[in-house]
Design a protein around this ligand. Structure first.
Ligand SMILES: [Zn+2]
Ligand SMILES: [Zn+2]
Length: 130
């Protein structure tokens, strides 16, 4: 049976080698400012939708997905061709996955309710009035 598109958001990596779909809704979404997310994303934060791993299907390029164990607690999935950051997953709870909002090809339409590790949120992130 073909999936009903209204139930999913689709995403892909920068080179297009990998594409996936995630079933809506996510449990929650968050911005994480921890130094590991910042470094892996090369950005102010990692932004994620958190949902059951079973609700994410790699439709193309699953063989390109590479995982890096950034700590004993977590693994980070990325495209081995273009380096796009695709997900974070706890080694203790692999049945849950955090998909990067930035790789979605469709607008994430849920709320982003949480900010994590705000103690390392960079001071240069908010736009400042001159
Ligand atoms: Zn790629
Ligand atoms: Zn983080």
């Amino acid at each position: 049976m073909l999936p009903n598109d209204a139930d999913y958001l689709r995403g892909s990596c920068l080179c297009g080698g990998i594409s996936y779909r995630m079933q809506k809704p996510a449990r929650y979404a968050c911005h994480c400012y921890c130094t590991m997310c910042r470094k892996q994303h090369g950005a102010a934060a990692g932004s994620y939708a958190v949902l059951p791993s079973a609700n994410v299907v790699f439709e193309r390029g699953a063989e390109l997905v590479t995982e890096y164990a950034s700590s004993e607690q977590g693994r980070r999935g990325f495209c081995r061709v273009c380096g796009s950051t695709l997900f974070w997953r706890s080694t203790q709870t692999p049945q849950t996955i955090a998909i990067t909002l930035g790789t979605l090809d469709q607008a994430y339409d849920g709320p982003v309710e949480q900010e994590l590790h705000t103690d390392t949120k960079p001071a240069w992130l908010p736009l400042r009035s001159p």
